[in-house]
Design a protein around this ligand. Structure first.
Ligand code: FEO
Length: 168
C-alpha cells in the first residue's frame, strides 16, 4: 500500500514524463521540417523513452495498489529558434526532471517508503545518463557551431547517437 502523498507525487511525475515525451515529439517534427533526419530520429527515440519512463511509473503504481492517472497533454512549444537553442531547452528539461526525481526520493525517504525509494533508484541513474547525453550533444554543437553550413555535420553526429541511450 502506498501513501496518498507518494501516489500524488508519482502521478505528478507521470505528467512530467508525458510532457517530456510530447515536447521531444514536437522537437522531432520541427527537425523533420528542416530536413534534419538525424536530429529527428534521435528526438523520436528520446520521445519513446520518455513514454517508457511514464508507463514504468503507471505499472509501479498498479503493483503497489495505487491509482495511476493518465495525464492530459499540454500543447508543447512547436517552433524553435535554432538547433542549438532546441538542445539547450532539452538539457534544461532534463535538469528539471532530475530535480523532480530527487524531490520524490526525498519524500520517499521522509515517509520511510523503502519500496518506492528502491524503485526510484532506476530513475536517479537514468537521469544521470540523460543529462550526460544532453551535455555531450551541447558540447558537439558548441564545437561545430549551428550555422546553416554546420547543420549537416550536427545531423550526422545526432544520427550516430541513435541507439546510445538506455531503455531497460
Ligand atoms: Fe524521463 Fe528524460 O526524463
Amino acid at each position: 500500500m502506498i501513501s496518498k502523498n507518494i501516489e500524488q507525487a508519482l502521478n505528478d511525475q507521470i505528467r512530467l514524463e508525458g510532457n517530456a515525451s510530447y515536447l521531444y515529439l514536437a522537437m522531432a517534427a520541427w527537425c523533420d521540417a528542416k530536413g534534419l533526419e538525424g536530429c529527428k530520429n534521435f528526438l523520436m527515440q528520446q520521445s519513446d523513452e520518455e513514454r517508457f519512463h511514464m508507463i514504468k511509473i503507471v505499472n509501479y503504481l498498479s503493483e503497489v495498489d495505487g491509482r495511476a492517472i493518465s495525464p492530459g497533454i499540454d500543447q508543447p512549444q512547436k517552433d524553435f529558434e535554432s538547433v542549438g537553442k532546441l538542445f539547450e531547452m532539452l538539457y534544461e528539461h532534463e535538469q528539471k526532471v532530475t530535480q523532480s526525481i530527487h524531490e520524490l526520493v526525498d519524500l520517499a525517504y521522509k515517509e520511510k517508503d523503502y519500496t518506492t525509494l528502491n524503485f526510484l533508484q532506476w530513475y536517479v541513474e537514468e537521469q544521470r545518463e540523460e543529462e550526460d547525453l544532453a551535455r555531450t550533444i551541447l558540447d558537439k554543437i558548441n564545437l561545430i557551431g549551428d550555422s546553416p553550413q554546420s547543420l549537416y555535420f550536427i545531423d550526422l553526429e545526432l544520427q550516430k547517437l541513435c541507439g546510445s541511450s538506455s531503455e531497460e
